[in-house]
Design a protein around this ligand. Structure first.
Ligand code: ADP
Length: 334
């Protein structure tokens, strides 16, 4: 998997656990969400009641799971963790719900991927704190209502637009998370380096932050690779030289593009004169599936203003030519 991928596998999740801020005050950035959430939580604590259900929406790696854990921590509540894809049947969710205790926080990652029957069960549970347990099969089946203790759902989604309105409406508070500024990422990795017990020089933090695509997960991952380089090939110091050398080994360029991103951009400029060119043709040229290019490389290139999408295909912007150090042909630069 790519070093600049915004998602994490199980092994990386374990490495990340040590770097998670535990309190709202340690959570860097996302000032608006933090402020809103702090009000919701303080009010709930003051009233001695569980807060409204919370929905966190935003791209992967921005801290949704971390915030869910912080919510549980601030409420001094137990957190149960599950995800949309992990719940295959409504019965799986019923089992989770019926094991909850008063005040628990139930974190449901990728909540937009819940199957429809589970989703319907969840509406009722969130609104009425009740779950209907189906006993028996076919014509003889009956629903036995089971009262649930008051709990709080924290849902996380990368695609809040995909959430059906009835489910979305059950959340009393929705926090929208956005990409972090380089300054915020610098603070994230300076904090992480402290937790890892290494001294990160300021210039190195600045360099890593600039290549991290606005995403704390990527920033922390690059930091770990820089630490490896400093230990194995450097003199142990996490300075600018170590940061640049490590990121060169991993082919992450100064604005966070990796080899695939650059291949797409280079093909677009040098093979197709800057476009417009269809996505599938572009993908074929770099030897990738169209879907990979569209979901893995293109979003960041578009976000960075390097590629434009037009009805006639993809086009390179003047920033793309500039980034590659190439001169655009006179007529095709937008
Ligand atoms: P998500 O659930 O949105 O995919 P995570 O909560 O798993 O993201 O965060 C990924 C990694 O980034 C974790 O190691 C976490 O500690 C770190 N992280 C995310 N947001 C912040 C933040 N605001 N401050 C410090 N570290 C953060």
């Amino acid at each position: 998997s790519r070093i600049v991928a915004p998602s994490a596998d199980e092994i990386e999740r374990a490495a990340e656990a040590a770097l998670r801020p535990k309190r709202l005050d340690d959570f860097v950035g996302q000032r608006v969400v933090r402020d809103q959430l702090s009000l919701v939580l303080q009010a709930a604590v003051a009233r001695g009641n569980p807060p409204d259900h919370v929905l966190l929406s935003g791209p992967p790696g921005l801290g949704k799971t971390t915030l869910a854990m912080i919510i549980a921590g601030e409420l001094e509540a137990h957190m149960r963790l599950t995800s949309g894809p992990a719940i295959q049947h409504a019965g799986d969710l019923a089992a989770v719900l019926s094991s909850l205790e008063e005040g628990d926080v139930l974190f449901i990652d990728e909540i937009h991927r819940l199957a429809r029957p589970a989703e319907e069960l969840l509406y009722v549970a969130m609104e009425d704190f009740r779950v209907d347990v189906i006993v028996g099969k076919g014509a003889g089946a009956s629903a036995i209502p089971l009262a649930l203790p008051r709990f709080t759902v924290v849902g996380a989604t990368t695609r809040s637009g995909l959430l059906p309105a009835p489910l979305r409406d059950r959340f009393g508070f929705t926090g929208h998370m956005d990409y972090y500024s380089p300054e915020e990422l610098e603070r994230v990795i300076l904090r992480s380096s402290g937790l890892l017990g290494v001294h990160l020089e300021h210039a190195a933090a600045h360099e890593i932050a600039g290549r991290s695509r606005g995403t704390p997960r990527i920033a922390n991952r690059l930091l770990r690779r820089v630490r490896d380089w400093a230990q194995v090939r450097g003199d142990g110091r996490l300075d600018l030289h170590a940061a640049r050398s490590a990121l060169e080994v991993y082919e992450v360029d100064p604005i966070g593009l990796d080899r695939l991103d650059r291949a797409v951009l280079t093909a677009l400029c040098t093979r197709f004169g800057g476009g417009p060119v269809g996505l599938s043709t572009l993908a074929m040229t770099v030897g990738e599936e169209a879907e990979t290019v569209e979901t893995v490389a293109e979003p960041y290139l578009v976000r960075e203003g390097l590629i434009g999408r037009t009805p006639r295909g993809r086009v390179a912007t003047s920033a793309a030519w500039e980034h590659l150090g190439l001169t655009p042909p006179a007529q095709s630069s937008p």
